[in-house]
Write a protein that binds this ligand. Structure first.
Ligand code: GTP
Length: 246
């Protein structure tokens, strides 16, 4: 196993399957089983989940809603998804804790970094909800921030495609998949895998990102086993595993 502690970023859209809205139970069940597949091998897993299947702050602000309010609504959507994923993980016997960046004690623990790390050490999967707790930041940025805080060695960025392509593979048959790209390539060429704040944060801290297809059965397991799945985003030095800083 090449990674011991990972941060898995799942978009809200991944929770809706082909439904187009909300939470699709068989999809969330599949995601929970995929996570179980690596937790059972002793990998410590933290999850940051988006909320776009329920509410997209950016889109609402384009339609005239105040951006900060829209973003807070989006953060609440991530809490709904976090609780759904917790439920399915626990159904499969995976102990979990949800920590929310916005305090709502009745339904989740508040985000406390040291407590999150202890949970991971005890084999509990942590689901971080409510993004960074701040408007104007995406859940991708929350993923980068939390990964750094808990000393994760990699961010696994789950998507619907097999990795990063030269153009949109859904529209262009000639699109070429990259096995590896640098942070600078992602930023300069505007490869839209994560927003620039998230990518910059990873670049500044040399935290590798693997962009992969969540729908592929066993993909998370294969990545932690070192198989070449998806696209690896890293610096020029080629470091695949970030040195732990705990
Ligand atoms: P240890 O201290 O390592 O044993 O961790 P623990 O999480 O099992 O212990 P704790 O007594 O802190 O928590 C017991 C249960 O209460 C767990 O399911 C936690 O997720 C939950 N819990 C802890 N703090 C809070 C909180 O502030 N709000 C909510 N809603 N649940 C909490």
């Amino acid at each position: 196993m090449i990674y011991k502690r990972i941060l898995l970023k799942i978009s809200g859209e991944a929770m809706m399957g082909d439904k187009g809205y909300g939470i699709d139970s068989s999809t969330v069940d599949f995601i929970a089983k995929e996570i179980k597949g690596v937790v059972s091998r002793g990998v410590e897993v933290a999850v940051v989940i988006g909320g776009g299947n329920i509410f997209r702050g950016v889109e609402a602000s384009v339609r005239g809603m105040e951006r900060a309010s829209a973003d807070y609504m989006g953060m609440l959507a991530t809490v709904i998804n976090a609780l759904a994923l917790q439920n399915y993980l626990e159904k499969h016997g995976v102990p979990t804790r949800v920590q929310s960046a916005i305090e709502m004690k009745e339904l989740a623990e508040p985000y406390i970094r040291r407590k999150a790390i202890r949970h991971l050490e005890k084999g509990r999967t942590i689901i971080f909800a409510a993004g960074t707790g701040n408007p104007y930041f995406t859940t991708d940025t929350a993923a980068a921030l939390r990964a750094m805080e808990i000393g994760a060695e990699v961010i696994l960025k789950a998507t619907k495609v097999d990795g990063i392509y030269s153009s949109d593979p859904m529209k262009d048959f000639a699109a070429k998949k990259y096995n590896t790209v640098t942070y600078i390539d992602v930023l300069k060429r505007g490869l839209s895998i994560m927003d620039s704040t998230a990518v910059s944060l990873c670049m500044d801290n040399n935290l590798p990102i693997v962009v992969f297809n969540l729908r592929g059965k066993g993909n998370i397991r294969k990545i932690i086993e070192g198989k070449k799945i998806g696209t690896l985003v890293r610096g020029n030095n080629g470091a695949r595993v970030k040195k732990k800083n705990r």
